[in-house]
Design a binder for this molecule. Structure first.
Ligand SMILES: [Zn+2]
Length: 231
């Protein structure tokens, strides 16, 4: 009888554990400094036009459902100059390569300064123009610098890792990519850019930086990237 009771208890414990969901790793919320860029009626309209013209998405509000995180570098040496590049609603004339496609200025939801301080430029679910084909589902993280003279810093690496963990905990994020990897998605269902000729060549934020962020976020189990398209 006692043996039977023990067996019963053991079975109960097994059943309870089997039904337990794995405990989500507790994530430290990184400090996010609010530094909103201009998002006036003009930027809103340009964003809605971008969604419709580039992707065929008609919406009342310029929002996205985040499924991907894209890491970047600005090449611009300081936070202030980087902020000023993203702040105006309209793309300045010095970007003729992409101006013909849309007048919407480039931006991203986050920018990480060289000391690792994280600035939030837009709400995470507001569309930013930072990656061709995928802006409708991608949160962008820019990093100040990225040139030979100003390579990305250890502090930036740490903050990118913390921010990726934080966002992946908050949203269902399937992919983490470096900007230089975006064309791998050309045949993917998430890719919506209509113009086959509209591509820019990217190297940011460097393979080494991506490798380190991926190593540190392995347990988030992001989906593998699509295989390169062979001609
Ligand atoms: Zn980029």
């Amino acid at each position: 009888m006692i043996q039977n009771s023990r067996a019963l208890i053991a079975i109960c414990i097994l059943v309870i554990f089997a039904n337990c969901k794995p405990i989500k790793e507790s994530v430290n919320i990184p400090e996010l400094i609010d530094r909103p860029i201009v998002f006036d009626e003009n930027r809103k309209q340009l964003t809605l036009e971008y969604l419709e013209n580039r992707y065929g998405i008609q919406q009342e509000s310029p929002t996205i459902e985040p499924k991907m995180i894209v890491l970047h570098w600005t090449v611009i040496p300081t936070l202030e100059e980087s902020f000023e590049a993203f702040n105006p609603s309209v793309l300045p004339n010095w970007r003729p390569d992409i101006k013909g496609v849309s007048g919407l200025n480039v931006s991203s939801q986050f920018i990480v300064d060289r000391d690792g301080a994280i600035y939030q430029l837009l709400p995470e679910t507001t569309m930013a123009r930072h990656v061709i084909g995928l802006n409708h589902c991608a949160i962008g993280i820019e990093n100040v610098g990225g040139t030979d003279a100003l390579p990305l810093t250890e502090a930036q690496l740490k903050s990118n890792i913390a921010l990726v963990k934080y966002l992946a905990n908050k949203y269902v994020i399937d992919y983490l990519i470096g900007h230089y990897e975006y064309t791998l998605f050309e045949n993917h269902p998430l890719w919506l850019e209509k113009d086959k000729g509209y591509r820019t060549k990217k190297t940011d934020p460097g393979e080494d930086f991506m490798y380190k962020v991926r190593q540190a976020t392995k347990n988030l189990n992001f989906e593998p990237l699509p295989k390169p398209i062979t001609p």
